[in-house]
Design a protein around this ligand. Sequence first.
Ligand code: IPM
Ligand code: MN
Length: 368
Amino acid sequence: MRIAVIGGDGTGPEVVAEGLKVLKAVAKKMGFTYETTAFDLSGDRYLAAGGDPTKPSIPVISDAEIAELRKYDAMYLGAVGHPKIAPGILEKGLLLRLRFELDQYINLRPVKLYPGVDTPLKDKGPADVDFIVVRENTEGIYTGMGGIQYKGTPAEVSTQINCTTRFGAERAIRYAFELTRRRNSKKKQLTLVHKTNVLTFAGDTWWRAFNEIGAAEYPDIKRDYNHVDACCMWFVKNPEFYDVIVTDNIFGDIITDLAAVIQGGLGVAAGGNINPKGVSMYEPMGGSAPKYTGLNVINPMAAIGAMGMLLRETGTNKGDKKLVDAGNRIEAAIIATTPRMKSQAAGKMGYSTTGVGDLVVEALNAAP
Ligand code: IPM
Ligand code: MN
């Protein structure tokens, strides 16, 4: 297995180092080999190459680098985000560009409260918070379609088009049904989240695709629907209701931040940008956290979780049981480690960044 590693900005390289430490341990334990290659892609590099911090001026990633990345089995990303660079430049220039060009059409976000991790939800525990969000990752309002006319005048008009295709909705929906079927949960329930009462065009495409595919191909899966606003309410009130959720790009972006908080925060939340037949990219959900950079205090758990996902999903998509097992072992080691930590917040864990990585390796090695 060949993994492209992008440490990125701020604390990204520190948390990635812990994920790689855990990868090394699990590979040794299970007897598989892998290769990693570091890619220098970051806000710092953009600035060093003469990039304008106020507006996009030079590519954040080159065409040649994207072509190179296509040759890998998976990508492992720390964080991108730089305090000196205007919002949008790195997001569009790197993260969104990779999602689009590598057609990573699924954003997969497991929402699981691990033992010993604090949730802000009153009277809820690990048995109540265990679901997974499948976010469509290449369409909706993220395509950049639209524009501004008469800018700077009282007549200014801007449009941002919610580009929804039957093809895009269908492939996200099918992925989500398949996941619901293979997921180890008794509920076997897929919830579509949208806003069909207001987005009567895009919502209609999603609604029909969801019900037609569900009825024809997945009669064993219970279909459920929430408006996105109601979904936010249920996340807080009754998270135990959910099994798998499928939703459009922007709704998925928003609800997964809320979901991250109920699973214990950005210190633990991991995600994947997935092309099931291509190159997928796994990352901790937290940002580059510039103020903690270099202090050995940031929580690497999310990055370690992202490594677990990388192995499990790569194994699932390539039909490699050993990789799936390796991913599951990492998750088991995380579950054995979280109760030993004081908190999942940076600087308050009771251990350093490298100390937490060591604990996970210890748990991995102790497992049968
Ligand atoms: C995420 C992030 C990105 C998004 C940003 C950084 C462009 O918030 O991965 O959820 O909106 O998708
Ligand atoms: Mn987001």
